[in-house]
Design a protein around this ligand. Structure first.
Ligand SMILES: *Cc1c(COP(=O)(O)O)cnc(C)c1O
Length: 378
């Protein structure tokens, strides 16, 4: 334990934490977090005060950072999300929530009198962001599978037709991983002749792999999105929470003018920004490439199909949305929920078949759920 260079008690505390983190990481199936990464080649970078403060596309005098790699990460996702050539911009955030905050902030600067619409299945952090930004908003009903109810959306817009429309679309809701159809939303806006509109896509989990699915879900810039946020520590995997936000450069330039007005050209949200997390994402992209990421997605989808099949064969009413890696089923006992760290809401729980999941893990999970079903476990 002396390797920590700490007094005995503190060293023990740290050692205990390591054991605890190790064992809790081993057994979780309920959270959308990949754990199959190995960034040890990047360890030497922990010895430096890396900081990417400011806009990654504007040069800075602080040179201890990873801005060049950050720009490559942004470029990779801009291309994957079919952003218009030369009209994209973005940065590596502290997570999906910051990316959503950024997208909504852009929308508010463009349409200060806009009304925000989002479904009741939306992640709780969106409401927090809307509160911070002081943006009026309307919650839209969800369909049974968690996808936005488009008729309810249309009715809500009709009532507020005089206001610009800002939509937060989910590409993968938190509980059922439902995808709102961006093309359909766009056609509703067109039908209703809404000229001023903005669509931000919350793709925290599924946004990172939807581009690899066939048929390709309607979620990106070519489908009508104005900005897209994803989490980096979910599908890709990272020891530090992070994410990526991609927006249209033309929109970013418009708000840059308003920021210049307050004496700064920094269009990002925080001051100092993590200089290590872009390195993790860059490293993952370099190692896996599009082909590797696609293979990861396909593995996850196969595992999800397997989990549904096994659970149903054992009498558990499991289901999943088409081409999603989240498997939903009636909540098991509190013991099973705790054992596998299952997220639970309104009587339903889910497991998320992240790329590191194996059939053996699914089998063990199915066993613990079905044993209890037949009353063999007390
Ligand atoms: C996880 C998640 C978020 C929040 O992302 P963080 O990276 O945890 O900040 C937002 N929306 C959805 C749908 C999520 O699943």
């Amino acid at each position: 334990m002396h390797q920590y260079l700490l007094p005995g008690e503190a060293a023990k505390q740290l050692e205990d934490l390591l054991q605890q983190v190790r064992s809790s990481t081993h057994n979780f199936l309920g959270y959308p977090v990949s754990k199959d990464f190995d960034y040890t080649p990047l360890l030497p970078f922990l010895q430096f005060p890396m900081n990417n403060l400011g806009d990654p596309f504007v040069s800075s005098t602080y040179n201890v950072g990873s801005r060049e790699m950050e720009r490559e990460v942004v470029a990779f996702f801009a291309k994957l999300f079919r952003a218009e050539a030369h009209n994209w911009w973005g940065y590596v955030t502290n997570g999906g929530s910051e990316g959503n905050l950024y997208g909504l902030y852009l929308a508010r600067e463009l349409y200060p009198n806009g009304m925000v619409y989002y479904s009741e299945s939306t992640h709780y952090s969106v409401q927090k962001n809307l509160h911070l930004l002081n943006m009026p908003n309307i919650i839209i009903r969800s369909q049974e599978n968690g996808e936005m109810d488009y008729e309810d959306l249309q009715n809500a817009i009709r009532i507020n037709r005089h206001m610009p429309v800002i939509i937060l679309a989910n590409i993968g809701t938190t509980m059922t991983e439902a995808r709102d159809d961006v093309r359909q939303i766009k056609s509703i806006l067109k039908d209703m002749a809404v000229r001023n509109h903005y669509i931000h896509v919350d793709g925290a989990l599924s946004g990172s792999y939807s581009a690899f699915i066939e048929p390709r879900p309607a979620f990106d810039f070519a489908d009508g999105a104005d900005s897209i946020a994803i989490s980096g520590h979910k599908f890709i995997g990272s020891p530090i929470p992070c994410g990526v936000v991609i927006a249209k450069k033309s929109n970013r330039d418009r708000i840059a003018r308003s920021v210049a007005y307050i004496g700064s050209m920094d269009t990002t949200i925080t001051g100092s920004r993590n200089g290590h997390s872009p390195l993790f994402l860059w490293y993952a992209i370099q190692r896996m490439g599009e082909a590797g990421l696609k293979a990861r997605a396909e593995h996850s989808l196969r595992m999800a199909a397997y989990a549904v099949e096994q659970l149903r064969e054992n009498g558990v009413e499991a289901w999943r949305n088409e081409n999603s890696i989240t498997v939903v089923f009636p909540s098991p006992s509190i013991e099973v929920i705790q054992q596998w760290q299952l997220a639970t809401e309104n009587g339903y729980s889910h497991i998320i078949c992240m790329p590191n999941i194996t059939t053996a893990q699914i089998d063990a999970f199915v066993k613990s759920v079905t044993l209890e079903h037949t009353g063999l476990v007390c």
